[in-house]
Design a binder for this molecule. Structure first.
Ligand code: SF4
Ligand code: SF4
Ligand code: FES
Length: 239
């Protein structure tokens, strides 16, 4: 990454080339196309999502522009990131953008992440009976879990996740904790089998997903507690 200059040394305008892997439809081949964007700092700080909106030539998804919805996830210079969280002051003069590769491309930088939501359905990740009250340390775990954007960046970086597989990755583990803290005892018993099969047994625990998560979710802490309950039958997520 290009070294950041002191504000006084930064020119007011700078040309940035976005080299974008484009694809017109799911059944057509992809190709590269360059777009020139003149970044004018006097108009305020800009991020990649904002620049793509101004260019208007390439399809991508965005909702909040504030790291809240996860829609703008894409591969930026080979790293899965949120386009609204990559600021043009921090990028080089050439930026390479690609769609997330673990999901089918719909068009350009837009991918179909349905498989991620289907994983939550396969684990039956919803409350079937009256919720337990969440308190104390459980509340903290539930809160951290609820911050997941379902952006898919952790699945993109994970060497063990592939869409047709049994392992559902951190995008499955993190939201599990929120529901586990409120499940009835009988639902937990059944759910723990799902957790072991789809999360615990497939994870290599290398935690490269933790470093990439744009929400900064403490995955290690969540997984230690979820696995302690589901695998070793002890912890803060009470039975
Ligand atoms: S755990 Fe982080 S990287 Fe994974 S889907 Fe949730 S917010 Fe995105
Ligand atoms: S710890 Fe490693 S194997 Fe487990 S979900 Fe994260 S990247 Fe994948
Ligand atoms: S547009 Fe919502 S996270 Fe980027």
């Amino acid at each position: 990454m290009k070294k950041r200059k002191a504000p006084a040394d930064i020119p007011r305008t700078r040309e940035i080339i976005f080299r974008i892997r484009r694809q017109k439809s799911p059944d057509l081949d992809s190709y590269w196309e360059d777009f020139s964007y003149v970044y004018d700092r006097s108009r305020g700080r800009q991020n990649i999502a904002g620049a793509l909106r101004e260019l208007g030539a390439v399809r991508f998804e965005c909702g909040c522009l504030q790291k809240k919805c996860g829609a703008c996830a894409m591969v930026v210079d080979r790293i899965p990131r949120l386009a609204c969280d990559v600021w043009l002051d921090d990028v080089a003069d050439l930026v390479i953008l690609e769609p997330l590769k673990k999901f089918p491309v719909i068009e350009d930088l837009v991918v179909d992440r349905q498989v991620m939501f289907d994983s939550l359905k396969k684990m039956e990740l919803w409350l079937k009976e009256t919720a337990h009250e969440t308190d104390g340390e459980q509340f903290s775990l539930a809160y951290q879990s609820s911050r997941c954007l379902q952006c898919g960046c952790c699945l993109e970086i994970c060497p063990n996740y592939y869409p047709e597989g049994v392992f559902f990755g951190m995008a499955g583990m993190v939201p599990s904790v929120r529901i586990m803290t409120a499940m009835s005892d009988s639902q937990k018993k059944a759910f723990y089998r799902q957790y072991r099969k789809h999360i615990y047994e497939g994870c290599g625990k290398s935690l490269s997903c933790r470093d990439i998560c744009p929400a900064g979710i403490p995955m290690e802490e969540l997984m230690v507690n979820a696995s302690a309950a589901a695998v070793w039958k002890r912890n803060k997520i009470k039975k």
